[in-house]
Design a protein around this ligand. Structure first.
Ligand code: HSE
Length: 307
């Protein structure tokens, strides 16, 4: 195989209680990439559509992630990439992760799959380091594995993949303001109280147990963030109202998607997810902020080949 065209999904990181350790992959929302082998060594980005991003591979998350992979391999040739961005940068649904994960997944395929998916996560994390200053894995892991990912440990990297309960549907609204992950990390406290820690790890355990046992009530009760959301939500106009209206419309839970400004709700069933979308839209129509909205099942496959 000399060339591959792929879909790389958008992702929701943190999922309320799991800052930097939990994420899920979305269906139908994501970037497309075309990656081909070249005889010339190195990584070249030949085209980017949809967003104004650097084509210099050293300054682009896809380029940096692919180069991290190539450094660990003996292949003498190179790769060129076209990136067709459908996910807006700074939207909070894993724009940089989709590019970084897509790049390493495609390159790995073209090289005959020499690396495991866990190894690909580590390469893709180098793209995240470029994007936000921190090599977090909670977007790239679900993009690569599909479903839900729990980063049990960063050192050594240990990722637990969890299938999504079948009726779970995500609603994500993106108010059209941009929040850089690096900026929304700077405002966080670096220390937490034991009291908050106790509440938070109770919820992480509850969410994971709820996913395994398909206990939608337990999932809903666990979608609470005592640590990050109270600080970051200040950056998102209308957040409190979107959250309370989404819960009124039947969402199991609602929170900030990744570092925001997107807000996600998780619901049991498509009808509730649609009702949540209507409530979310009403808030931004009233405030007068344009938005994008996505209703998506959980993507169980991660990155896919397009024909
Ligand atoms: N865990 C990261 C953060 C995700 O919240 O900063 C960024 O998408």
């Amino acid at each position: 195989m000399e060339e591959i065209r792929i879909f790389s999904p958008a992702t929701i990181a943190n999922i309320s209680c799991g800052f930097d350790v939990l994420g899920l992959a979305l269906d139908g929302v994501g970037d497309e990439m075309v990656v081909r082998k070249t005889s010339e060594p190195g990584v070249k980005i030949t085209k980017i559509t949809g967003q104004d991003l650097p084509t210099d591979a050293h300054l682009n998350v896809a380029g940096v992630a692919a180069m991290a992979l190539l450094q660990a391999h003996t292949y003498q040739g190179g790769f060129e990439m076209e990136i067709h961005k459908k996910i807006k940068a700074g939207s909070g649904i894993g724009s940089s992760a989709a590019s970084a994960a897509g790049a390493v997944w495609a390159v790995n395929r073209l090289l005959g799959i020499p690396f495991t998916t866990l190894e690909l996560v580590a390469f893709a994390m180098e793209g995240e380091r470029l994007a936000s200053g921190v090599a977090h894995a909670d977007n790239v892991a679900p993009a690569l594995f599909g479903g839900f990912s729990l980063v049990r440990s960063y050192d050594p990297l240990d990722i637990v993949n969890i299938s999504a309960p079948p009726a779970l549907v995500a609603t994500v609204i993106h108010p059209q303001i941009e929040i850089k992950t690096s900026d929304s990390r700077k405002i966080l406290k670096t220390k937490i109280s034991l009291e908050d820690g106790i509440k938070q790890w109770g919820n992480v355990g509850g969410l994971v147990a709820g996913l395994y046992t398909q206990d939608y009530g337990l999932i809903g009760r666990s979608l609470v963030d005592h640590i990050v959301e109270p600080i970051r939500s200040i950056l998102i106009p209308g957040f409190d109202e979107v959250k309370s209206k989404s819960l009124d419309a039947g969402a199991l839970g609602c929170g900030i998607s990744g570092s925001g400004p997107s807000i996600f709700g998780l619901s049991k069933g498509m009808d509730t997810a649609k009702a949540v979308a209507i409530s979310m839209k009403e808030v931004y129509q009233k405030i007068g902020i344009p938005y994008d909205i996505h209703i998506s099942k959980i993507n169980s496959d991660g990155i896919k080949i397009l024909n």
